[in-house]
Design a protein around this ligand. Structure first.
Ligand code: HEM
Length: 503
């Protein structure tokens, strides 16, 4: 009986391989097992497993995650083909569990497939929320929060500080103040109970949303209710929805800490919820409560962890290369000086700081596989046929760390970016993705990462907590976090307290 079963399995695998070849599908690892497909080859973190497979099977390969076909791309040429010639074809998102429950049944900006609904959300996000003009009107919020962080660090007395939490809380405060005018971390937190609920919800989102869910690709486990993730996601989404609804209701009544502050400034600054509610008067069908809630939730989940993790990677890389940290500090001292705090408007004058940020995003991209795309129709990539409904993973981590495209790829060398404008280098460097589904928050992210790191380097002398280098291993999760949270020590510089005492 066992022998018959094994023979059947072998026959199935060989027949599958033969069919694969005559259909001109991309190379695939052998064997593709029934039910699990190639899941038996994958380990965490996924981008590293996929890099190993690409080295063996080439830069365009086809895998099966259970029953789902997955195209894995790991060369700049193949990535370019997917994101230019085939950009519209690959502009859909696959229907994964996170998109069903946290992406409001695949209707949120990040999870909805290409079409009128997505185009409309994307327009609102780009024009009304993340445009350069809107970001400028909210710049005092970002500056204020960074100043609070400097104050908090200055009081640390040279003790070890958990920078992972510090960056994460900074980003959440910035995003929530921009969205609803509230801060939920640190001192001057308005409503304690509401802040507690919010923090609980955020922690849970990253715990549940980031869990690798094998039931995703093995539907029989889901039907049998063996993974339990789906129930947790549903419960979480209910809480997130209620929370955002309460913020919208409050905005109608003009409550909220920030409204009072904005009123004091002559009412110039509106929270993002207020901006969208005011647009409802002219286009009520676009600006309903559901759309506003889903947009705000996307900003919160796509914007906080990614930016905070990038700050942590950059700071860690600099602490492992004190000579580079010194060079960045010298550049800031020369451009900004010691008589005023670092500001966002200084960023364009600091090319070396940008080189350091770029080099970190090259080696440690927080979206190592971008966000999965899916093909809406059959297309060709690398000369192979890619069927409709195939999930696309672009292995950015592999491309950005490949010695074929980057001499001394494993070395941290910011100088390699000297003379380059922005963060893009064709399709061999694109930490924010590219094409229609590329990140709409790039401008905000670069401002926040640059402002925060520039200010911290201006105001403090930094040190590791021991002689051991900082562990740069990547962990697993929704984004690529550092496996070990960054702990560091800092001492205020002689002029820092004077700068903090300024209004
Ligand atoms: C350093 C920080 C950040 C990095 C590295 C980053 C990177 C990315 C990447 C790689 C994608 C997927 C692109 C693709 O699917 O091809 C993405 C999508 C997205 N990002 Fe970011 N991001 C960052 C910060 C932000 C911020 C601050 C926001 C907004 C507040 C944001 C909002 C979004 C949204 C809404 C999407 C989905 C877009 C769509 O599907 O149409 N991101 N980001």
């Amino acid at each position: 009986m066992v022998i018959q079963f094994l023979l059947l399995l072998a026959f199935f695998a060989v027949a599958e391989r033969f069919l694969h070849k005559i259909r001109n599908l991309p190379p695939t690892p052998f064997p593709t097992l029934p039910v699990v497909g190639h899941l038996y080859l994958l380990k965490k973190p996924l981008h590293r497993s996929l890099s190993r497979l690409s080295r063996r099977h080439g830069p365009v390969s086809l895998l099966h995650f259970g029953s789902r076909r997955v195209l894995v791309v790991s060369s700049p040429d193949a990535a370019e083909e997917c994101l230019t010639k085939n950009d519209v074809v690959f502009a859909n998102r696959p229907r994964l569990l996170a998109g069903k429950h946290l992406g409001c049944n695949y209707t949120s900006l990040a999870w909805s497939s290409y079409g009128d609904h997505w185009r409309n959300l994307r327009r609102i996000a780009s024009v009304e929320i993340l445009s350069t003009n809107r970001l400028l009107t909210l710049s005092s919020i970002r500056a204020g929060e960074v100043k609070s962080l400097i104050r908090q660090l200055a009081k640390s007395g040279g003790q070890s500080v958990d920078m992972k939490s510090a960056f994460f809380e900074l980003m959440l405060n910035v995003m929530m103040r921009m969205i609803a005018g509230k801060r939920y971390y640190g001192v001057n937190v308005g409503e304690v109970e509401e802040a507690r609920k919010f923090r609980e919800m955020v922690t849970e989102s990253f715990r549940v949303g980031g869990a690798t869910n094998i039931g995703e690709f093995l539907p029989f486990l889901r039907w049998m209710g063996l993974t339990g993730v789906e129930e947790k996601l549903m419960e979480l989404q209910k809480k997130r929805d209620e929370f955002m609804q309460s913020l919208i209701d409050e905005s109608w009544s003009g409550e909220g800490d920030e409204s009072l502050e904005a009123a004091a400034e002559g009412g110039k600054r509106k929270t993002l919820i207020q901006v969208l509610l005011s647009l409802r008067a002219t286009e009520p069908e676009y600006y309903n409560d559901e759309t506003i809630k889903s947009l705000m939730l996307v900003l919160l989940s796509a914007g906080t962890d990614t930016s905070a993790a990038t700050m942590e990677w950059v700071m860690s890389a600099m602490l492992n290369h004190p000579e580079i940290l010194k060079k960045v500090q010298a550049e800031i001292d020369e451009v900004v000086g010691h008589d005023r705090l670092f500001g966002e408007s200084d960023l364009p004058k600091l090319p070396y700081l940008h080189c350091v940020m770029n080099e970190t995003m090259r080696m440690y991209p927080v979206g190592p596989l971008l966000v999965p795309h899916e093909s809406a129709e059959e297309c060709r990539v690398g000369g192979y046929r890619v069927p409709r409904g195939t999930m696309l993973l672009i292995n950015l981590f592999s491309i950005q760390n490949d010695p074929k495209y980057w001499p001394d790829a494993a070395k941290f060398k910011p100088e390699r970016f000297e003379g380059m404008e922005g963060v893009r280098d064709g399709y061999k460097m694109m930490p924010f993705g590219s094409g229609r589904r590329g990140c709409p928050g790039e401008n905000l992210a670069l401002r926040m990462v640059g402002l925060t790191l520039g200010s911290l380097i201006q105001c403090f002398e930094w040190d590791r907590i021991s002689d051991e280098p900082i562990d740069m291993t990547g962990g697993t999760g929704l984004t690529m976090p550092k496996a070990q949270p960054l702990l560091a020590k800092c001492r205020p510089r002689s002029f820092t307290w004077d700068l903090l005492s300024e209004a």
